[in-house]
Design a protein around this ligand. Structure first.
Ligand code: SF4
Length: 232
């Protein structure tokens, strides 16, 4: 059985999305501000979303409104102290300052006009910013209502197990999901978030809970590895 949109909806219908477990989306929804979402994304790299959000909220307490100008004013020590909870706070503080500097020098401190660009141009521009990779760019793009499907480590693992791709190639995984789902940014965002939560709770890196999974019949890993193991 192939993976269809209907099956994806059914299999993910019980997955509960708590907005605070998705720091970048949470901050973007609350602010509608590309720069703020980029800052919180730097805080999420190599840590969990809860700590990243706590660090971001501490930063707001110290800095006030998070703008490139304000961050350059307060400087590295104040930023590093505020974001300690996320870990690697010196490296992150420097990255945040580098981003702030580039946004001011190249774009006069304002990224809001990115939303008016076609998706490919907006992606190209975002990828030129320091600290912004494919996933971060796609998170911003889909939140801006553009057709993009961000792929993280959970979605990579799930896609490989389901058998919808054969490699970890980012673009290949993104295209596979965009082919399965109807072209609708809010649908892409919803499935992206549900898949991440599904990867945290069900299709875990270790010991996936296949017995309670709605993808079983269509899942390559389940049919080729788990089921065969049971039949031995
Ligand atoms: S059946 Fe198992 S391996 Fe396949 S998607 Fe579900 S939890 Fe993951």
């Amino acid at each position: 059985m192939g993976l269809t949109e209907e099956l994806v909806s059914r299999a993910l219908s019980n997955v509960n999305i708590e907005p605070r477990n998705f720091a970048a989306v949470y901050v973007f929804r609350g602010s509608n501000d590309v720069f703020k979402a980029l800052v919180v994304t730097i805080l999420t790299q190599n840590t969990n979303d809860k700590n990243a959000l706590r660090a971001y909220e501490n930063l707001v307490k110290v800095v006030g409104d998070i703008t490139p100008q304000r961050l350059l004013e307060v400087g590295e020590d104040a930023i590093a102290n505020a974001i300690r909870v996320a870990g690697m706070y010196r490296v992150r503080a420097r990255k945040i300052l580098e981003l702030s500097k580039v946004v001011i020098e190249r774009f006069g401190g304002d990224l809001s006009w990115i939303k008016d660009l076609p998706v490919d141009e907006a992606r190209k521009l975002l990828l030129e910013l320091p600290g912004v990779g494919e996933k971060t760019a796609d998170v911003i793009l889909v939140n801006l209502g553009k057709l993009a499907f961000p792929v993280d480590t959970h979605i990579t693992r799930i896609s490989l197990r389901l058998g919808i791709v054969k490699s970890r190639n980012y673009g290949e995984i993104r295209s596979a999901w965009m082919r399965i789902l109807k072209p609708d940014p809010s649908r892409y965002l919803d499935v992206h978030l549900r898949l991440i939560q599904f990867g945290r709770e069900i299709c875990r890196a270790r010991e996936p809970r296949c017995n309670v999974c709605g993808f079983k019949d269509a899942c390559r890993y389940y049919n080729e590895v788990v089921k065969r193991g049971k039949n031995k």
